[in-house]
Design a protein around this ligand. Structure first.
Ligand code: GDP
Length: 610
Protein backbone atom coordinates (compact mmCIF):
# COMPACT_ATOMS: atom_id res chain seq x y z
CA UNK A 1 0.00 0.00 0.00
CA UNK A 2 1.40 3.39 -0.98
CA UNK A 3 1.11 6.47 1.19
CA UNK A 4 -1.32 8.26 -1.12
CA UNK A 5 -3.70 5.28 -1.29
CA UNK A 6 -7.16 5.92 0.02
CA UNK A 7 -7.52 5.38 3.75
CA UNK A 8 -9.32 2.15 4.54
CA UNK A 9 -12.44 2.49 6.65
CA UNK A 10 -14.63 -0.21 8.20
CA UNK A 11 -18.27 0.85 8.32
CA UNK A 12 -20.94 -1.21 10.11
CA UNK A 13 -24.03 -2.45 8.24
CA UNK A 14 -26.04 0.25 10.02
CA UNK A 15 -24.87 3.21 12.10
CA UNK A 16 -26.04 6.61 13.26
CA UNK A 17 -25.08 9.81 11.50
CA UNK A 18 -23.17 10.83 14.60
CA UNK A 19 -21.21 7.55 14.57
CA UNK A 20 -20.34 8.05 10.92
CA UNK A 21 -19.21 11.61 11.66
CA UNK A 22 -16.86 10.29 14.34
CA UNK A 23 -15.50 7.62 12.00
CA UNK A 24 -14.59 10.11 9.29
CA UNK A 25 -13.64 12.87 11.74
CA UNK A 26 -16.28 15.39 10.67
CA UNK A 27 -18.66 17.34 12.92
CA UNK A 28 -22.17 15.87 13.19
CA UNK A 29 -23.67 19.02 11.65
CA UNK A 30 -21.27 18.84 8.72
CA UNK A 31 -22.25 15.19 8.27
CA UNK A 32 -25.97 16.08 8.18
CA UNK A 33 -25.17 18.65 5.49
CA UNK A 34 -23.10 16.18 3.48
CA UNK A 35 -25.93 13.68 3.60
CA UNK A 36 -28.38 16.38 2.54
CA UNK A 37 -26.27 17.14 -0.48
CA UNK A 38 -26.51 13.47 -1.45
CA UNK A 39 -30.23 13.62 -1.04
CA UNK A 40 -30.51 11.94 2.35
CA UNK A 41 -32.42 13.75 5.04
CA UNK A 42 -31.36 12.54 8.46
CA UNK A 43 -30.68 14.04 11.86
CA UNK A 44 -27.59 13.16 13.88
CA UNK A 45 -29.30 10.31 15.73
CA UNK A 46 -30.81 8.69 12.62
CA UNK A 47 -29.48 5.34 11.58
CA UNK A 48 -28.29 5.07 8.00
CA UNK A 49 -27.28 1.94 6.12
CA UNK A 50 -23.83 0.92 4.91
CA UNK A 51 -24.48 1.91 1.28
CA UNK A 52 -25.42 5.46 2.23
CA UNK A 53 -22.48 5.86 4.58
CA UNK A 54 -20.06 4.41 2.01
CA UNK A 55 -21.00 7.02 -0.62
CA UNK A 56 -20.15 9.82 1.81
CA UNK A 57 -16.94 8.06 2.86
CA UNK A 58 -15.77 7.73 -0.76
CA UNK A 59 -16.43 11.44 -1.32
CA UNK A 60 -14.25 12.15 1.70
CA UNK A 61 -11.39 10.10 0.31
CA UNK A 62 -11.91 6.83 2.16
CA UNK A 63 -11.94 3.28 0.90
CA UNK A 64 -14.93 1.88 2.77
CA UNK A 65 -15.47 -1.78 3.65
CA UNK A 66 -18.50 -3.27 5.28
CA UNK A 67 -17.56 -4.39 8.78
CA UNK A 68 -17.66 -8.17 9.17
CA UNK A 69 -19.32 -8.00 12.55
CA UNK A 70 -22.59 -6.31 13.32
CA UNK A 71 -22.38 -3.88 16.27
CA UNK A 72 -22.66 -5.47 19.71
CA UNK A 73 -26.17 -4.13 20.39
CA UNK A 74 -27.51 -5.67 17.23
CA UNK A 75 -26.47 -9.17 18.27
CA UNK A 76 -29.39 -11.45 18.80
CA UNK A 77 -30.45 -11.79 22.42
CA UNK A 78 -30.21 -15.20 24.08
CA UNK A 79 -32.71 -17.63 22.52
CA UNK A 80 -34.88 -17.71 25.66
CA UNK A 81 -35.49 -13.99 25.42
CA UNK A 82 -38.47 -13.09 23.27
CA UNK A 83 -40.36 -9.89 22.63
CA UNK A 84 -43.42 -10.18 24.86
CA UNK A 85 -46.59 -10.68 22.85
CA UNK A 86 -50.06 -9.61 23.88
CA UNK A 87 -51.40 -12.84 22.47
CA UNK A 88 -50.02 -15.33 25.00
CA UNK A 89 -53.37 -16.35 26.44
CA UNK A 90 -53.89 -16.86 30.17
CA UNK A 91 -55.25 -20.12 31.56
CA UNK A 92 -59.01 -19.65 32.20
CA UNK A 93 -58.54 -20.76 35.82
CA UNK A 94 -56.32 -17.70 36.49
CA UNK A 95 -58.93 -15.16 35.34
CA UNK A 96 -60.64 -12.83 37.76
CA UNK A 97 -63.25 -10.09 37.21
CA UNK A 98 -61.92 -6.64 36.36
CA UNK A 99 -63.62 -3.22 36.11
CA UNK A 100 -64.91 -2.12 32.69
CA UNK A 101 -63.02 0.62 30.81
CA UNK A 102 -65.48 3.18 29.49
CA UNK A 103 -64.97 5.94 26.91
CA UNK A 104 -67.34 8.83 26.15
CA UNK A 105 -67.51 9.88 22.54
CA UNK A 106 -69.69 12.27 20.56
CA UNK A 107 -70.13 15.61 18.85
CA UNK A 108 -68.39 18.64 20.32
CA UNK A 109 -70.43 20.49 22.97
CA UNK A 110 -72.84 17.62 23.45
CA UNK A 111 -71.62 17.29 27.03
CA UNK A 112 -68.87 14.66 27.27
CA UNK A 113 -66.74 16.75 29.63
CA UNK A 114 -69.79 17.75 31.70
CA UNK A 115 -70.84 14.12 32.07
CA UNK A 116 -67.32 13.02 33.03
CA UNK A 117 -67.25 15.84 35.60
CA UNK A 118 -70.69 14.95 36.95
CA UNK A 119 -69.69 11.29 37.38
CA UNK A 120 -66.43 12.31 38.99
CA UNK A 121 -68.16 14.62 41.47
CA UNK A 122 -70.80 12.10 42.47
CA UNK A 123 -68.86 8.85 42.37
CA UNK A 124 -65.21 9.42 43.08
CA UNK A 125 -64.19 8.82 46.65
CA UNK A 126 -61.65 11.35 47.88
CA UNK A 127 -58.32 9.61 48.41
CA UNK A 128 -55.58 10.28 50.92
CA UNK A 129 -53.98 12.68 48.47
CA UNK A 130 -56.95 14.94 49.14
CA UNK A 131 -59.10 13.92 46.21
CA UNK A 132 -57.53 16.44 43.89
CA UNK A 133 -57.89 14.70 40.59
CA UNK A 134 -55.01 15.06 38.17
CA UNK A 135 -55.55 14.89 34.47
CA UNK A 136 -53.89 11.63 33.52
CA UNK A 137 -56.29 10.62 30.77
CA UNK A 138 -58.50 8.40 32.92
CA UNK A 139 -60.08 8.09 36.36
CA UNK A 140 -61.99 5.51 38.38
CA UNK A 141 -65.46 5.91 39.86
CA UNK A 142 -67.36 3.73 42.32
CA UNK A 143 -70.96 2.82 41.49
CA UNK A 144 -72.92 0.47 43.78
CA UNK A 145 -69.60 -0.64 45.32
CA UNK A 146 -68.22 -1.49 41.91
CA UNK A 147 -65.39 0.22 40.09
CA UNK A 148 -65.57 1.79 36.63
CA UNK A 149 -62.59 3.15 34.71
CA UNK A 150 -63.50 6.21 32.65
CA UNK A 151 -61.23 7.42 29.87
CA UNK A 152 -61.00 11.17 29.92
CA UNK A 153 -60.14 11.59 26.24
CA UNK A 154 -60.46 14.99 24.56
CA UNK A 155 -63.56 15.26 22.42
CA UNK A 156 -62.75 17.98 19.92
CA UNK A 157 -62.97 16.95 16.30
CA UNK A 158 -59.26 17.64 15.74
CA UNK A 159 -58.61 14.77 18.14
CA UNK A 160 -60.22 12.11 16.00
CA UNK A 161 -57.01 10.17 15.95
CA UNK A 162 -56.67 10.04 19.74
CA UNK A 163 -60.31 9.16 20.05
CA UNK A 164 -59.99 6.18 17.81
CA UNK A 165 -57.04 5.05 19.89
CA UNK A 166 -59.07 5.68 23.05
CA UNK A 167 -61.71 3.30 21.77
CA UNK A 168 -59.12 0.55 21.41
CA UNK A 169 -58.45 0.36 25.13
CA UNK A 170 -62.18 0.53 25.70
CA UNK A 171 -64.66 -2.12 26.82
CA UNK A 172 -67.76 0.06 26.54
CA UNK A 173 -68.33 3.20 24.48
CA UNK A 174 -70.89 5.79 25.52
CA UNK A 175 -72.10 7.87 22.57
CA UNK A 176 -73.14 11.24 23.98
CA UNK A 177 -75.86 13.07 22.05
CA UNK A 178 -77.33 16.43 23.10
CA UNK A 179 -81.11 16.19 23.14
CA UNK A 180 -81.51 19.69 21.71
CA UNK A 181 -79.12 19.08 18.82
CA UNK A 182 -79.50 15.44 17.85
CA UNK A 183 -77.29 13.25 15.67
CA UNK A 184 -74.51 15.37 14.16
CA UNK A 185 -71.60 14.56 11.78
CA UNK A 186 -69.22 13.82 14.64
CA UNK A 187 -71.86 11.61 16.26
CA UNK A 188 -71.90 9.46 13.13
CA UNK A 189 -68.10 9.54 12.93
CA UNK A 190 -67.81 8.43 16.56
CA UNK A 191 -70.36 5.67 15.97
CA UNK A 192 -68.24 4.45 13.05
CA UNK A 193 -65.13 4.36 15.22
CA UNK A 194 -67.00 2.40 17.86
CA UNK A 195 -68.37 -0.05 15.33
CA UNK A 196 -64.92 -0.50 13.78
CA UNK A 197 -63.45 -1.27 17.19
CA UNK A 198 -66.23 -3.77 17.85
CA UNK A 199 -66.99 -2.22 21.22
CA UNK A 200 -70.48 -2.38 22.81
CA UNK A 201 -72.31 0.92 22.55
CA UNK A 202 -74.63 2.84 24.87
CA UNK A 203 -76.40 6.03 23.80
CA UNK A 204 -76.46 8.72 26.49
CA UNK A 205 -79.05 11.30 25.51
CA UNK A 206 -77.74 14.33 27.39
CA UNK A 207 -79.32 17.74 28.20
CA UNK A 208 -82.81 16.31 28.75
CA UNK A 209 -83.37 19.27 31.12
CA UNK A 210 -83.66 21.56 28.10
CA UNK A 211 -87.02 22.65 26.66
CA UNK A 212 -85.85 21.94 23.13
CA UNK A 213 -85.21 18.27 23.91
CA UNK A 214 -87.09 16.07 21.44
CA UNK A 215 -86.57 12.39 22.29
CA UNK A 216 -88.68 10.89 19.51
CA UNK A 217 -86.93 12.89 16.79
CA UNK A 218 -83.55 11.68 18.04
CA UNK A 219 -84.60 8.05 18.29
CA UNK A 220 -85.61 8.26 14.61
CA UNK A 221 -82.32 9.96 13.69
CA UNK A 222 -80.44 7.17 15.46
CA UNK A 223 -82.26 4.52 13.46
CA UNK A 224 -81.37 6.41 10.28
CA UNK A 225 -77.73 6.35 11.42
CA UNK A 226 -78.07 2.57 11.90
CA UNK A 227 -77.89 2.82 15.66
CA UNK A 228 -80.96 0.85 16.62
CA UNK A 229 -81.94 1.24 20.26
CA UNK A 230 -83.53 -1.55 22.31
CA UNK A 231 -86.95 0.10 22.27
CA UNK A 232 -86.89 -0.09 18.46
CA UNK A 233 -85.86 -3.74 18.41
CA UNK A 234 -82.10 -3.20 18.36
CA UNK A 235 -79.42 -3.95 20.95
CA UNK A 236 -78.27 -0.45 21.87
CA UNK A 237 -79.25 0.70 25.37
CA UNK A 238 -80.55 4.27 25.55
CA UNK A 239 -80.06 6.38 28.69
CA UNK A 240 -81.62 9.87 28.95
CA UNK A 241 -79.52 12.04 31.27
CA UNK A 242 -78.66 15.59 32.29
CA UNK A 243 -75.12 16.47 33.33
CA UNK A 244 -76.55 19.69 34.79
CA UNK A 245 -79.45 18.46 36.95
CA UNK A 246 -77.87 14.94 37.33
CA UNK A 247 -81.23 13.43 36.38
CA UNK A 248 -80.68 9.97 34.90
CA UNK A 249 -76.99 9.87 35.91
CA UNK A 250 -77.44 6.82 38.14
CA UNK A 251 -79.45 5.16 35.38
CA UNK A 252 -76.63 5.71 32.88
CA UNK A 253 -74.04 4.27 35.27
CA UNK A 254 -76.23 1.24 36.03
CA UNK A 255 -76.69 0.67 32.30
CA UNK A 256 -72.90 0.70 31.91
CA UNK A 257 -72.57 -1.91 34.68
CA UNK A 258 -75.27 -4.07 33.06
CA UNK A 259 -73.47 -4.00 29.72
CA UNK A 260 -70.22 -4.77 31.54
CA UNK A 261 -71.83 -7.81 33.21
CA UNK A 262 -72.87 -9.17 29.82
CA UNK A 263 -69.25 -8.98 28.69
CA UNK A 264 -67.90 -10.95 31.63
CA UNK A 265 -64.73 -8.86 31.75
CA UNK A 266 -61.82 -10.79 33.24
CA UNK A 267 -58.05 -10.75 33.45
CA UNK A 268 -55.27 -12.64 35.17
CA UNK A 269 -53.84 -10.39 37.91
CA UNK A 270 -50.99 -12.78 38.80
CA UNK A 271 -48.59 -12.25 35.94
CA UNK A 272 -46.23 -9.58 34.64
CA UNK A 273 -48.40 -6.63 33.61
CA UNK A 274 -49.16 -5.45 30.11
CA UNK A 275 -51.47 -2.80 28.72
CA UNK A 276 -51.56 0.40 26.76
CA UNK A 277 -50.18 3.95 26.96
CA UNK A 278 -52.96 6.51 27.50
CA UNK A 279 -50.86 9.67 27.53
CA UNK A 280 -47.31 10.75 27.96
CA UNK A 281 -45.52 13.99 28.44
CA UNK A 282 -42.35 15.47 29.76
CA UNK A 283 -42.12 16.77 33.30
CA UNK A 284 -39.43 19.42 33.52
CA UNK A 285 -38.01 18.04 36.75
CA UNK A 286 -39.01 14.40 36.76
CA UNK A 287 -38.54 13.47 33.11
CA UNK A 288 -41.05 11.50 31.06
CA UNK A 289 -44.37 10.95 32.81
CA UNK A 290 -46.43 8.18 31.27
CA UNK A 291 -50.02 7.18 31.91
CA UNK A 292 -50.61 3.47 31.53
CA UNK A 293 -53.81 1.49 31.54
CA UNK A 294 -53.22 -2.02 32.80
CA UNK A 295 -54.94 -4.75 30.81
CA UNK A 296 -53.58 -7.82 32.61
CA UNK A 297 -51.29 -8.65 35.49
CA UNK A 298 -50.14 -6.49 38.37
CA UNK A 299 -47.81 -3.56 37.79
CA UNK A 300 -45.38 -2.79 40.62
CA UNK A 301 -42.89 -0.08 41.47
CA UNK A 302 -39.48 -1.41 40.38
CA UNK A 303 -40.87 -3.34 37.39
CA UNK A 304 -38.69 -3.16 34.25
CA UNK A 305 -40.75 -2.67 31.12
CA UNK A 306 -40.84 -1.99 27.41
CA UNK A 307 -43.18 0.90 26.59
CA UNK A 308 -43.93 1.52 22.93
CA UNK A 309 -40.60 2.37 21.37
CA UNK A 310 -38.88 3.09 24.65
CA UNK A 311 -38.20 1.29 27.92
CA UNK A 312 -37.61 1.92 31.61
CA UNK A 313 -38.00 0.81 35.17
CA UNK A 314 -40.85 2.15 37.28
CA UNK A 315 -39.38 4.61 39.78
CA UNK A 316 -42.70 5.85 41.15
CA UNK A 317 -46.37 5.21 40.46
CA UNK A 318 -49.45 7.36 41.15
CA UNK A 319 -53.20 6.93 40.85
CA UNK A 320 -55.42 9.48 39.07
CA UNK A 321 -55.75 11.57 42.21
CA UNK A 322 -51.97 11.86 42.50
CA UNK A 323 -51.73 9.43 45.43
CA UNK A 324 -48.69 7.13 45.46
CA UNK A 325 -49.24 3.47 44.57
CA UNK A 326 -47.01 0.43 45.14
CA UNK A 327 -48.94 -1.80 42.80
CA UNK A 328 -51.87 -1.67 40.40
CA UNK A 329 -54.18 -4.33 38.97
CA UNK A 330 -56.11 -4.74 35.67
CA UNK A 331 -58.17 -1.77 34.38
CA UNK A 332 -56.38 0.65 36.71
CA UNK A 333 -54.97 3.82 35.11
CA UNK A 334 -51.64 4.90 36.62
CA UNK A 335 -49.08 7.60 36.01
CA UNK A 336 -45.51 6.30 36.20
CA UNK A 337 -42.04 7.84 36.33
CA UNK A 338 -38.85 6.11 35.22
CA UNK A 339 -39.55 5.54 31.53
CA UNK A 340 -36.55 6.63 29.42
CA UNK A 341 -38.41 8.30 26.59
CA UNK A 342 -41.80 9.65 25.68
CA UNK A 343 -44.03 6.85 24.39
CA UNK A 344 -46.86 7.49 21.96
CA UNK A 345 -50.48 7.25 23.11
CA UNK A 346 -52.06 3.96 22.10
CA UNK A 347 -48.79 2.00 22.13
CA UNK A 348 -48.54 -1.20 24.19
CA UNK A 349 -46.40 -1.79 27.26
CA UNK A 350 -45.08 -5.08 28.68
CA UNK A 351 -43.28 -5.84 31.92
CA UNK A 352 -40.17 -7.97 31.31
CA UNK A 353 -38.00 -10.06 33.62
CA UNK A 354 -35.06 -7.69 34.14
CA UNK A 355 -33.62 -4.28 33.33
CA UNK A 356 -31.07 -5.95 31.10
CA UNK A 357 -33.73 -7.81 29.17
CA UNK A 358 -35.72 -4.59 28.77
CA UNK A 359 -32.69 -2.73 27.50
CA UNK A 360 -31.63 -5.47 25.12
CA UNK A 361 -35.12 -5.93 23.70
CA UNK A 362 -35.37 -2.18 23.30
CA UNK A 363 -32.05 -1.97 21.45
CA UNK A 364 -33.01 -4.80 19.17
CA UNK A 365 -36.43 -3.33 18.32
CA UNK A 366 -34.78 0.04 17.78
CA UNK A 367 -32.25 -1.38 15.33
CA UNK A 368 -35.02 -3.11 13.43
CA UNK A 369 -37.07 0.07 13.21
CA UNK A 370 -34.08 2.12 12.18
CA UNK A 371 -32.99 -0.34 9.53
CA UNK A 372 -36.45 -0.02 8.03
CA UNK A 373 -36.38 3.74 8.52
CA UNK A 374 -32.98 4.06 6.86
CA UNK A 375 -34.27 2.33 3.75
CA UNK A 376 -37.43 4.39 3.78
CA UNK A 377 -35.70 7.71 4.31
CA UNK A 378 -33.46 7.32 1.30
CA UNK A 379 -36.45 6.77 -0.95
CA UNK A 380 -38.54 9.55 0.51
CA UNK A 381 -35.88 12.22 0.59
CA UNK A 382 -34.62 11.64 -2.92
CA UNK A 383 -37.79 11.88 -4.88
CA UNK A 384 -39.91 14.14 -2.73
CA UNK A 385 -37.55 16.75 -1.41
CA UNK A 386 -35.15 17.21 -4.27
CA UNK A 387 -37.65 16.25 -6.91
CA UNK A 388 -40.04 18.99 -5.94
CA UNK A 389 -37.42 21.62 -5.36
CA UNK A 390 -35.62 20.94 -8.63
CA UNK A 391 -38.85 21.03 -10.59
CA UNK A 392 -39.22 24.47 -9.05
CA UNK A 393 -42.97 24.26 -8.99
CA UNK A 394 -43.30 23.62 -5.28
CA UNK A 395 -41.78 25.58 -2.48
CA UNK A 396 -41.42 23.64 0.71
CA UNK A 397 -41.95 24.69 4.26
CA UNK A 398 -40.30 21.96 6.30
CA UNK A 399 -41.25 21.88 9.94
CA UNK A 400 -39.91 20.04 12.96
CA UNK A 401 -42.75 19.92 15.46
CA UNK A 402 -42.26 19.46 19.21
CA UNK A 403 -45.20 19.42 21.62
CA UNK A 404 -45.75 18.92 25.34
CA UNK A 405 -48.01 15.91 25.10
CA UNK A 406 -48.22 13.20 22.57
CA UNK A 407 -51.92 13.82 22.01
CA UNK A 408 -51.32 17.30 20.59
CA UNK A 409 -49.06 16.08 17.81
CA UNK A 410 -51.48 14.53 15.34
CA UNK A 411 -54.02 17.37 15.42
CA UNK A 412 -51.22 19.93 15.06
CA UNK A 413 -49.60 18.03 12.24
CA UNK A 414 -52.92 17.78 10.43
CA UNK A 415 -53.74 21.47 10.90
CA UNK A 416 -50.28 22.45 9.66
CA UNK A 417 -50.25 20.17 6.66
CA UNK A 418 -53.68 21.43 5.68
CA UNK A 419 -52.03 24.81 5.01
CA UNK A 420 -50.43 23.24 1.95
CA UNK A 421 -51.59 24.92 -1.25
CA UNK A 422 -50.66 24.79 -4.94
CA UNK A 423 -47.49 26.75 -4.36
CA UNK A 424 -46.23 26.04 -0.88
CA UNK A 425 -45.97 22.54 0.44
CA UNK A 426 -46.10 22.33 4.23
CA UNK A 427 -44.40 19.25 5.54
CA UNK A 428 -43.90 18.14 9.13
CA UNK A 429 -40.64 16.25 8.73
CA UNK A 430 -40.42 15.20 12.34
CA UNK A 431 -42.87 15.38 15.23
CA UNK A 432 -42.46 14.23 18.81
CA UNK A 433 -43.20 15.13 22.40
CA UNK A 434 -40.50 16.89 24.39
CA UNK A 435 -38.29 19.98 24.30
CA UNK A 436 -36.54 21.12 21.11
CA UNK A 437 -33.21 19.28 21.07
CA UNK A 438 -29.97 19.70 19.17
CA UNK A 439 -30.94 16.91 16.83
CA UNK A 440 -34.23 18.71 16.05
CA UNK A 441 -32.26 21.83 15.13
CA UNK A 442 -29.87 19.91 12.86
CA UNK A 443 -32.81 18.32 11.14
CA UNK A 444 -34.50 21.69 10.59
CA UNK A 445 -31.17 23.09 9.40
CA UNK A 446 -30.58 20.26 6.97
CA UNK A 447 -34.09 20.62 5.55
CA UNK A 448 -33.84 24.41 5.44
CA UNK A 449 -36.94 24.55 7.61
CA UNK A 450 -37.76 25.67 11.11
CA UNK A 451 -38.64 24.18 14.47
CA UNK A 452 -41.97 24.75 16.19
CA UNK A 453 -42.23 24.35 19.96
CA UNK A 454 -45.79 23.93 21.17
CA UNK A 455 -45.90 24.39 24.93
CA UNK A 456 -42.33 23.14 25.29
CA UNK A 457 -38.99 24.81 25.77
CA UNK A 458 -35.69 24.50 23.95
CA UNK A 459 -32.64 22.75 25.35
CA UNK A 460 -29.72 25.17 25.91
CA UNK A 461 -27.47 23.33 23.44
CA UNK A 462 -30.21 23.47 20.81
CA UNK A 463 -30.67 27.20 21.42
CA UNK A 464 -26.98 27.81 20.82
CA UNK A 465 -26.82 25.71 17.70
CA UNK A 466 -29.95 27.39 16.30
CA UNK A 467 -28.45 30.82 16.90
CA UNK A 468 -25.14 29.82 15.33
CA UNK A 469 -26.73 28.26 12.25
CA UNK A 470 -29.60 30.70 11.84
CA UNK A 471 -32.36 28.15 12.42
CA UNK A 472 -35.63 29.64 13.53
CA UNK A 473 -37.34 28.17 16.60
CA UNK A 474 -40.83 29.51 17.20
CA UNK A 475 -42.64 28.86 20.43
CA UNK A 476 -46.42 28.81 20.85
CA UNK A 477 -48.89 28.08 23.61
CA UNK A 478 -52.11 28.37 21.65
CA UNK A 479 -52.95 26.31 18.57
CA UNK A 480 -54.65 29.05 16.59
CA UNK A 481 -51.71 31.41 17.10
CA UNK A 482 -49.36 28.79 15.76
CA UNK A 483 -51.55 28.16 12.72
CA UNK A 484 -52.00 31.92 12.09
CA UNK A 485 -48.29 32.58 12.20
CA UNK A 486 -47.44 29.73 9.91
CA UNK A 487 -50.09 31.08 7.54
CA UNK A 488 -48.25 34.39 7.69
CA UNK A 489 -44.92 32.69 7.01
CA UNK A 490 -46.43 30.98 3.98
CA UNK A 491 -47.81 34.32 2.79
CA UNK A 492 -44.22 35.52 2.72
CA UNK A 493 -43.38 32.63 0.38
CA UNK A 494 -46.18 33.38 -2.07
CA UNK A 495 -45.11 35.30 -5.19
CA UNK A 496 -47.08 38.49 -5.94
CA UNK A 497 -49.38 38.18 -8.95
CA UNK A 498 -50.63 40.52 -11.67
CA UNK A 499 -54.37 41.00 -11.45
CA UNK A 500 -56.61 42.73 -14.01
CA UNK A 501 -58.85 45.40 -12.50
CA UNK A 502 -61.83 46.49 -14.64
CA UNK A 503 -62.44 50.27 -14.86
CA UNK A 504 -65.32 50.64 -17.29
CA UNK A 505 -67.69 48.94 -19.77
CA UNK A 506 -68.97 50.26 -23.10
CA UNK A 507 -70.98 49.10 -26.12
CA UNK A 508 -70.04 49.66 -29.78
CA UNK A 509 -72.84 51.66 -31.52
CA UNK A 510 -71.23 52.12 -34.94
CA UNK A 511 -67.95 51.53 -36.76
CA UNK A 512 -66.06 54.24 -38.68
CA UNK A 513 -63.32 53.76 -41.16
CA UNK A 514 -60.55 56.29 -40.78
CA UNK A 515 -57.72 56.62 -43.21
CA UNK A 516 -54.31 55.45 -41.99
CA UNK A 517 -55.86 54.24 -38.72
CA UNK A 518 -58.41 51.74 -39.97
CA UNK A 519 -61.69 50.90 -38.23
CA UNK A 520 -62.54 52.87 -35.11
CA UNK A 521 -65.34 51.91 -32.72
CA UNK A 522 -67.93 54.55 -31.89
CA UNK A 523 -69.18 53.54 -28.45
CA UNK A 524 -71.06 54.66 -25.35
CA UNK A 525 -69.63 54.25 -21.87
CA UNK A 526 -72.08 52.29 -19.68
CA UNK A 527 -70.24 52.55 -16.38
CA UNK A 528 -66.92 53.67 -14.94
CA UNK A 529 -64.34 56.09 -16.30
CA UNK A 530 -62.11 55.55 -19.35
CA UNK A 531 -58.73 57.15 -19.97
CA UNK A 532 -56.20 56.54 -22.71
CA UNK A 533 -53.80 54.70 -20.41
CA UNK A 534 -56.10 51.69 -20.06
CA UNK A 535 -56.17 48.36 -21.87
CA UNK A 536 -59.18 47.09 -23.74
CA UNK A 537 -60.86 43.73 -24.28
CA UNK A 538 -63.46 43.19 -27.00
CA UNK A 539 -66.24 40.66 -26.38
CA UNK A 540 -68.63 39.39 -29.00
CA UNK A 541 -71.42 36.91 -28.29
CA UNK A 542 -70.02 36.38 -24.79
CA UNK A 543 -66.52 35.53 -26.01
CA UNK A 544 -63.33 37.54 -25.91
CA UNK A 545 -62.12 38.20 -29.47
CA UNK A 546 -59.36 40.74 -28.91
CA UNK A 547 -57.37 42.45 -26.21
CA UNK A 548 -54.66 45.14 -26.14
CA UNK A 549 -53.60 48.73 -25.44
CA UNK A 550 -55.79 51.68 -26.43
CA UNK A 551 -54.26 53.23 -29.54
CA UNK A 552 -56.33 56.38 -29.47
CA UNK A 553 -59.29 57.67 -27.50
CA UNK A 554 -61.50 60.56 -28.67
CA UNK A 555 -64.57 62.16 -27.23
CA UNK A 556 -66.77 63.51 -30.00
CA UNK A 557 -67.76 66.84 -28.42
CA UNK A 558 -64.83 67.90 -26.25
CA UNK A 559 -61.19 66.85 -26.36
CA UNK A 560 -61.12 65.65 -22.76
CA UNK A 561 -58.71 62.98 -21.49
CA UNK A 562 -61.41 61.04 -19.70
CA UNK A 563 -64.74 59.58 -20.74
CA UNK A 564 -67.48 59.22 -18.13
CA UNK A 565 -70.51 56.91 -17.96
CA UNK A 566 -73.22 57.97 -20.45
CA UNK A 567 -70.78 59.75 -22.80
CA UNK A 568 -70.01 58.67 -26.37
CA UNK A 569 -66.48 58.29 -27.70
CA UNK A 570 -64.33 56.77 -30.41
CA UNK A 571 -61.62 54.23 -29.67
CA UNK A 572 -58.94 52.45 -31.71
CA UNK A 573 -57.11 49.39 -30.49
CA UNK A 574 -53.53 48.39 -31.20
CA UNK A 575 -53.42 45.27 -33.40
CA UNK A 576 -57.17 44.94 -34.02
CA UNK A 577 -59.72 46.91 -36.02
CA UNK A 578 -62.44 44.42 -36.89
CA UNK A 579 -65.09 46.05 -34.66
CA UNK A 580 -68.80 45.35 -35.17
CA UNK A 581 -71.89 47.08 -33.86
CA UNK A 582 -72.96 45.43 -30.58
CA UNK A 583 -69.43 44.46 -29.47
CA UNK A 584 -68.94 44.82 -25.72
CA UNK A 585 -65.83 46.68 -24.59
CA UNK A 586 -64.17 46.17 -21.25
CA UNK A 587 -61.53 48.69 -20.13
CA UNK A 588 -59.03 47.54 -17.52
CA UNK A 589 -55.58 48.02 -16.01
CA UNK A 590 -53.20 45.55 -14.38
CA UNK A 591 -52.24 45.71 -10.72
CA UNK A 592 -49.49 43.83 -8.93
CA UNK A 593 -51.02 42.29 -5.84
CA UNK A 594 -49.43 40.44 -2.98
CA UNK A 595 -51.07 37.31 -1.74
CA UNK A 596 -51.62 35.97 1.72
CA UNK A 597 -52.88 32.70 3.10
CA UNK A 598 -55.91 33.33 5.27
CA UNK A 599 -58.45 30.84 6.66
CA UNK A 600 -56.86 28.13 4.56
CA UNK A 601 -57.28 30.01 1.26
CA UNK A 602 -54.85 32.04 -0.81
CA UNK A 603 -56.24 35.59 -1.01
CA UNK A 604 -54.95 38.65 -2.89
CA UNK A 605 -54.37 42.08 -1.37
CA UNK A 606 -53.98 45.11 -3.66
CA UNK A 607 -50.58 46.79 -3.43
CA UNK A 608 -48.90 48.80 -6.19
CA UNK A 609 -49.85 49.21 -9.86
CA UNK A 610 -47.88 47.14 -12.32
P1 GDP B 1 -68.14 18.40 25.17
O1 GDP B 1 -67.58 19.28 24.11
O2 GDP B 1 -68.91 17.27 24.59
O3 GDP B 1 -67.17 17.96 26.22
O4 GDP B 1 -69.27 19.29 25.89
P2 GDP B 1 -69.21 20.05 27.28
O5 GDP B 1 -69.29 19.11 28.42
O6 GDP B 1 -68.10 21.02 27.26
O7 GDP B 1 -70.60 20.80 27.23
C1 GDP B 1 -70.92 21.79 26.26
C2 GDP B 1 -71.93 22.76 26.79
O8 GDP B 1 -73.15 22.10 27.09
C3 GDP B 1 -71.48 23.41 28.09
O9 GDP B 1 -71.86 24.78 28.05
C4 GDP B 1 -72.25 22.69 29.15
O10 GDP B 1 -72.52 23.50 30.27
C5 GDP B 1 -73.53 22.33 28.43
N1 GDP B 1 -74.15 21.12 28.97
C6 GDP B 1 -73.54 19.92 29.14
N2 GDP B 1 -74.41 19.02 29.64
C7 GDP B 1 -75.58 19.67 29.80
C8 GDP B 1 -76.88 19.28 30.28
O11 GDP B 1 -77.13 18.16 30.67
N3 GDP B 1 -77.85 20.23 30.27
C9 GDP B 1 -77.61 21.49 29.85
N4 GDP B 1 -78.61 22.35 29.88
N5 GDP B 1 -76.43 21.89 29.39
C10 GDP B 1 -75.42 21.00 29.37
Amino acid sequence: MTTDAKRELEIPRALTVRELATLVEETPVQMVKLLMSSGVMADVNKTIDYETAAIIAVDLGFDPQEAGEAPAEAKAPPPDEKLPAATDADDPSTLQPRPPVVALLGHVDHGKTSLLDAIREANVVATEAGGITQHIGAYQATVNDRLLTLLDTPGHEAFTQMRSRGAEATDIAVLVIAADDGVMPQTREAANHIRAAGVPLIVALNKIDLEAANLDRIKTQLTEAEIVIEEYGGDVPFAPVSAVTKEGLDGLLETILLVADLQNLQANPDRPADGVVLESGLDRRQGPRTTLLIKRGTLRVGDPLLVGETWGRIRAMFDFSGGPLKEATPSVPVAVLGIQGVAAAGQPFHVVESDRAARRLYERAKRQREDEQAKLERAVSLDTLFGEISRGDVQELNLVLKADVDGSIEPLRQSLEQLTNEEVHVKVIHAAAGAVSESDVTLALAARGMALAFNVGTEPGAQKLAAAEGVEIRRYDVIYELIEQIEAAISGMLEPVNVDVVNAHAEVLQVFSIRRIGNVAGARCDDGTIDSGLSLRVHRGGEEIASGQIRSLRRFQADAREVQAGQEFGVALTGFDDFQTGDQLEFFHTERQSRILKDGRVQVVPSQSA
